[in-house]
Design a protein around this ligand. Structure first.
Ligand code: GUN
Length: 295
């Protein structure tokens, strides 16, 4: 059997960002509106700093305004909530993202619920969670949305396909399942207490791996020809003292069985930021009662 087709998220996200940039240019030219994204980082977590820097760079490249707010790790919860309130009221800000995780003394759920649902480009606010579940227009979490775009690009219509989502987080697993239901897939959500996970995965035409355990899903769990989307990004130590990024799927064995598979890095990762920019543009259009932007 030949190896699986590689699903290139770097190329796909680059094209998506180009489309977004042209819509932004149109919005600026026709309507004199520049979409704006505010990103808030509390503390100095190195991985979060890298994400925030990349988000800011991509936002500006797309022609949008980027507003970065970097707060010290000991920022009181009240001060963060006040900042969110001022961003909610700022007409130049169409999207607000508070980088997670926040320091332990801050209540994450309170922060999520403080963001105006219309500006909630992460799609984490209960209003957006509910709207997605009810099949209404919603701002949809970026990683599942990016995964869905890759799936549709690769498979076309998804209706009737068996999909297994491994992981039930609010950020990926649950919204991913909702999106796949909306596409008329038959969806199973597997998690740490699922019995005989390999046999559950073996039924699936679509496998979404979002458990956060390096290389856990093995090639002999995959149905031949299945499409595998690996959301995991895990840094592992190598015997020579170096480190390497790997996904939740054991790529070396899975690539021999799957029909198509996302690599790590270069698969889902770059799609997340592209979808954040897409959500910012969509939020901006809705806030100004402009026609819905389709992607
Ligand atoms: N930290 C890791 N992923 C995410 C994300 O998608 N959104 C936010 N706000 N923080 C994150």
């Amino acid at each position: 059997m030949t190896d699986a087709k590689l699903i290139d998220g770097t190329v796909f996200s680059g094209k998506l960002r180009e489309t977004i940039a042209s819509r932004v240019a149109e919005m600026k030219g026709k309507h004199r509106i520049t979409p704006g994204l505010a990103v808030v980082l509390v503390g100095e977590d190195p991985a979060s700093q890298v994400y925030v820097r990349t988000k800011g760079k991509r936002t500006v490249e797309t022609g949008m305004n980027s507003f970065e707010h970097k707060l010290p790790a000991d920022t009181p919860e009240d001060s963060l909530l006040l900042l969110i309130d001022s961003l909610n009221k700022d007409p130049a800000v169409h999207g607000i993202l508070v980088q997670l995780p926040v320091p332990k003394h801050i209540d994450t759920q309170k922060v999520i619920e403080a963001i105006d649902p219309a500006k909630d480009v992460d799609g984490f606010h209960p209003v957006n969670v509910g709207r997605l579940a009810a099949g209404m227009d919603a701002l949809v979490p970026c990683t599942p949305l990016g995964s869905l775009l890759l799936l549709k690009d690769n498979l076309g219509k998804l209706g009737g396909l068996d999909a297994v989502v491994i992981g039930r987080s609010n950020i990926v697993g649950k919204p991913m399942a909702q999106l796949l239901i909306r596409e008329s897939c038959t969806v199973t959500i597997a998690h740490s207490q699922t019995r005989d996970l390999p046999s559950v995965v073996r039924r699936a035409d679509i496998v979404i791996a979002a458990v956060g355990r390096p290389e856990m899903i093995k090639g002999d769990w995959i149905k031949p020809g299945a499409t595998v989307i690996d959301v995991g990004i895990n840094r592992i130590d190598l015997p020579d003292g170096k480190t390497r990024l790997v996904g939740d799927v054991d790529f070396a064995s899975a690539v021999k069985v799957a029909g198509a598979i996302t690599p790590v890095p270069g698969g889902v990762g770059p799609m997340t930021i592209a979808c954040l920019l897409r959500n910012t543009l969509v939020a901006c259009a809705r806030q100004h009662n402009l026609p819905e932007v389709e992607f």
